[in-house]
Write a protein that binds this ligand. Structure first.
Ligand code: ARG
Length: 455
């Protein structure tokens, strides 16, 4: 080994190799630091209850480790905890800190685990917290969109296909469609939550350990629904967990992106259906008159970014042999960034939805006689004409089509989910249930962790 190597907890490494392999971990892993302490507390508690003679860690020692972990958490909150290149990552940094505080006892905490199950559990704890935030923020945007729809319930809007005027529609149908899309996206997020709700601890390097560890106890202490069963699978689930959550984020971003595109288009002066408040727009350095929808444009672009992260995560996994490979480290940043971008996009879109102004006169002005063509054909059907004949009749007499009353057209679609059949109560109930479930999960997770950490 090179004598110029940098000394780490686990051997000497060439400085360039160390820098290359550590990558951004000293920064990214700071986000995992609290979770690493929590995961370590669960592992050490489980070790102290293992009932071997002599004990790997006694109950008293376990108390000391947890106290020291609480102090490390304080350092993280104060900003004085740092991860050096020689630490490599948060896992060895926390172990170093424990050993600095506890001496010999600190050197025991890594018994029966590997950084592979350690990082996997850290990410799962981080992800639980993040997914709950993602759910809440999606539901809050859905709530704003439903509110917007209620407020503009009777405002007509031309429904379009191929961007061409198609049929009478309404602002409420437009906005609640995106609310419902988010609620559907949340079903994917829910699946991601369920998949994430498994504890990999005890899988160690991916093959378990010859110690009587209690993996159910570790899972319970951290508030996971269960441990992964097969330890090799637990190890291979690293990366997939991240990819699944990125897939769910991609769907949310796709909803936001289409809505952003609609808002950009319909707030163009030529349409003028909506007005974006000046303070939510940005200006031009040369053209004094400009109020640009940069926020919406960035949401559109960031959708591509998140899709890219998702594709990259899947591609990293695609030909990866079973077992831990360092490639997996790269999925961490993809997940963290993808989640950050999705959550900030949700929050800024909520601000938009809460402040967009509607111009009913412009929306009504968008109606032309052609928009009522289908309604007209269906009126002929009501008089007994077969639909194809009615269609051909109206098509042959398009120039005779008369303007109709948009309000009556909206009122005529009273069937389920139509302009006059929107179930606002149903939306409200779905949103309330989603928010209540996320908040109760958060409370229960916080209680479990407080119990584990002894405060
Ligand atoms: N920073 C590493 C990662 O994110 C931690 C696990 C390292 N494990 C290993 N066997 N080198 O994957």
């Amino acid at each position: 080994m090179s004598t110029s190597g940098k000394t780490t907890l686990i051997g000497k490494i060439h400085p360039d190799v160390l820098a290359f392999t550590v990558g951004k971990d000293p920064v990214l892993d700071l986000e995992l630091a609290v979770w690493d302490c929590v995961g370590t507390a669960a592992h050490v508690t489980m070790l102290s209850k293992m009932g071997v003679e002599p004990a790997v860690i006694t109950e008293k020692e376990c108390g000391k480790v947890i106290k020291a972990l609480r102090e490390v958490i304080c350092e993280v909150h104060e900003g004085s905890f740092s991860i050096s290149e020689a630490d490599q990552d948060v896992h060895l940094a926390v172990e170093r800190r424990l050993t600095e505080r506890l001496g010999e006892l600190g050197r025991k905490v890594h018994t029966g685990r590997s950084r592979n199950d350690q990082v996997a559990v850290d990410i799962r704890l981080h992800m639980r917290d993040q997914i709950l935030g993602l759910i809440e923020e999606s539901a809050l945007l859905a709530q704003s969109l439903v509110k917007f729809g209620r407020k503009h319930l009777k405002v007509p809007m031309v429904g379009r296909t191929h961007l061409q005027p198609a049929m009478p529609s309404s602002v409420a149908l437009w906005s609640t469609a995106y609310a419902e899309s988010l609620l559907d996206d949340l079903l994917l997020v829910e699946a991601a939550y369920t998949l994430n709700d498994r504890c990999p601890l005890g899988s160690a390097a991916g093959y378990g350990v010859p110690l009587p560890i209690d993996r159910n106890l570790s899972a319970r202490l951290l508030g996971f629904a269960a441990p992964h069963h097969n330890v090799f699978h637990a190890s291979n689930a690293r990366g997939k967990d991240e990819a699944v959550v990125l897939a769910a984020c991609t769907q949310i971003m796709l909803t936001l992106s289409r809505m952003a595109e609609d808002l950009i288009l319909f707030s163009m002066p030529e349409f003028g259906y909506f007005v974006l408040p000046a303070e939510l727009c940005t200006g031009s350095s040369i053209m004094p008159q400009k109020y640009n929808p940069d926020v919406l444009e960035l949401i559109r672009a960031k959708t591509a970014t998140v899709m890219g992260y998702s594709a990259t995560a899947n591609t990293i996994l695609k030909a990866l042999p079973g077992g831990y490979n360092r490639d997996l480290q790269e999925t961490k940043e993809l997940y963290m960034e993808g989640m950050r971008v999705t959550r900030s996009s949700l929050r800024i879109m909520t601000l938009m939805a809460d402040s967009v102004r509607v111009r009913p006169e412009r929306l009504r002005g968008g109606f032309s006689a052609g928009v009522y063509a289908t309604d007209k054909a269906l009126a002929l059907v009501a008089g007994g004409m077969p639909f194809r004949d009615a269609y051909q009749h109206v098509r042959a007499h398009l120039d005779e089509l008369e303007d109709a009353d948009p309000d009556a057209a909206l009122a005529a679609k009273s069937h389920l989910g139509g302009t006059a059949g929107l179930d606002f109560k149903g939306y409200q109930m779905r949103i309330k249930a989603v928010l209540a479930a996320a908040r109760s999960r958060r409370r229960s997770s916080e209680r479990t962790i407080a119990r584990l950490m002894g405060h």
